[in-house]
Design a protein around this ligand. Sequence first.
Ligand SMILES: Cc1cc2nc3c(=O)[nH]c(=O)nc-3n(C[C@H](O)[C@H](O)[C@H](O)COP(=O)(O)OP(=O)(O)OC[C@H]3O[C@@H](n4cnc5c(N)ncnc54)[C@H](O)[C@@H]3O)c2cc1C
Length: 431
Amino acid sequence: MADSTPSTSEVLIVGAGPTGLMLANILGGYGYSVTVLEARDTLIDYPRGVGLDDESLRTIQSIGLVDQVRPHTTPQHIMRLVNGRGKSIIINNPQTDEFGWERKHGFIQPEVDRELCNGLSRFANVNVLFGHEVLDVEESASAVTAIARTTDAEGNQVETRFEAQYLVGCEGGKSPTRKRLGVSFEGESPSTRWLVVDVNNDPLGTPNVFLGADPERPYVSIGLPHAVRRWEFMLRDDETEEQATDPEFVNRMLASHVPDPSSLNYIRRRVFTHHARVAGSFRKGRQIIAGDAAHLMPVWMGQGWNSGMRDATNLGWKLATILSGQATDKLLDTFTDERRDHAKAMVDLSLTMGKVIKITNPLGVFARDTASSVLNLFPSVKSYFADMRFKPMPRYVKGALADPSTKASGTANGKLTNKLIPFTTANTNIS
Ligand SMILES: Cc1cc2nc3c(=O)[nH]c(=O)nc-3n(C[C@H](O)[C@H](O)[C@H](O)COP(=O)(O)OP(=O)(O)OC[C@H]3O[C@@H](n4cnc5c(N)ncnc54)[C@H](O)[C@@H]3O)c2cc1C
C-alpha cells in the first residue's frame, strides 16, 4: 500500500544519472525544490562515458562545479582513426574554443557524476533519495504523483507517494516514463557486440583516443585521467559473452596492445551492444523525458552523456521560467523542437562513424583506406575533420528563440521578459 500523504516538491526527477543530476543542479540553483528518486542504492560506479565536450564543461561551469570536475578530465583529447596498419585515416584535433573550453576532454564518468551529485548538497531544497524505484506515475490537471518502492527502517518494502508539478524521466534507455507516455522510440539496434575493458594502471600513458579500424578485429584504445585506460574490441557472432569476459580471452585481446596483460588491474570487463534511437516526442503533459531516456546512440562520437547535458541545459531554464510564472507550460513543447533534431543528428553521425570503423571485408577496407589517403591530400578536407567541423552544432530552426519566418536563431518574435530569474549557489547550506 502506498503511503497516502505525498511528499511534495516542484519537480520530480526519476534517475540519478548525469542527466538527472545536472537538471537537479540547474533547478536547485534557481531555488526550486526538487526530489530525485533513484532506484539503486548508489550512483552507477562502472565506467561508461569517456569523452566530454566543451559545451558540457560550459554547463558544468554555469552550475559552479568546474573546479570539482576538471581534475577528472584530460583536455585536448585528440582522436585518431587508424587503419589495420596503424596509419591515421582521420585525425580530430580541434584547436578552437568557441565555448570557452577545449573542444574534447577525456573523462571518468563515475567521478564526474559523483561531483554532480555532491554539488546538490549546496541546495537545501534538493533531495536525492537512493533506493527509491519509481513503479508508477499518476497525472492530474494540476500535478503529477510518482509511486516509489523503498525499504523502511524495519526492512519492509513500502510504497511512498511523491507529488510535484512536473516529472522528468531521466532513467536511461529503458525509461519507464517514455514507455508510459507511449511515444515512439524510432531507430535501429545494430547487432554488433563490443567487449569493453577498463584498467586503472595504464602502462601506455598516451593520453588520446585511437579508433582502430582494423579489419582483423576493430578496436578502441583510450587514455583517460587517473591512469585509467579503456579498450573496446568488436566481438564476432560466435563469441559468447561468457567467453569474451573470460580473463584468458581478454588477455589474448590485449596481447598486441600492452607488453604484459597479466599485470593490468581490471576495473571492468563487460559486453555492450549499441542502440541508435530517438523518441518521437520528449514531453506529454506534465511528464518529460531527457538523456538516454529520450535518445540512445552508439558510442563512437562520445555523445550520449553530452547530449544529456544539452537536454538538462535546455530544459532547466524552461522549467524555471514556467515555475516562476513567466511563461506558460507551452514553452515545454520547444524542448522537443530544439533538442530532438540535434540528438537525431548525433545519432546519425555516430552510426556513420561506426560503419567506417567496422568495415572488415577486404574490398571495403581498400576503398576506405584509398579514399582517405586521397582526401587527406586536400588541406581543406583534412582540416574539416581535424577541426571537427562535421560535428552538428545545436542550432535551432524552431523553438523558443528562433524566428519562425526567417528561421534565424536568436530573434524570437515573442517578447522575452527582462525579469531575469537569478541563478545562485548563494542560498546553499555549505559554508
Ligand atoms: C561503453 C560506453 C561508452 C560510452 N562513452 C560515452 C562517451 O564517450 N561520451 C558520452 O557522452 N557518452 C558515452 N556513453 C553514454 C553515457 O554513459 C550515457 O549516455 C549516460 O550515462 C546517460 O545518462 P542518463 O542520466 O541519461 O542515464 P543513466 O546514466 O543510464 O542513468 C539512469 C539512472 O536512472 C535510474 N533508474 C532507472 N529506472 C528507474 C526507476 N524506475 N526509478 C528510479 N530510478 C531509475 C538508474 O538506476 C540510473 O541510475 C557511453 C556509454 C557506454 C555504455
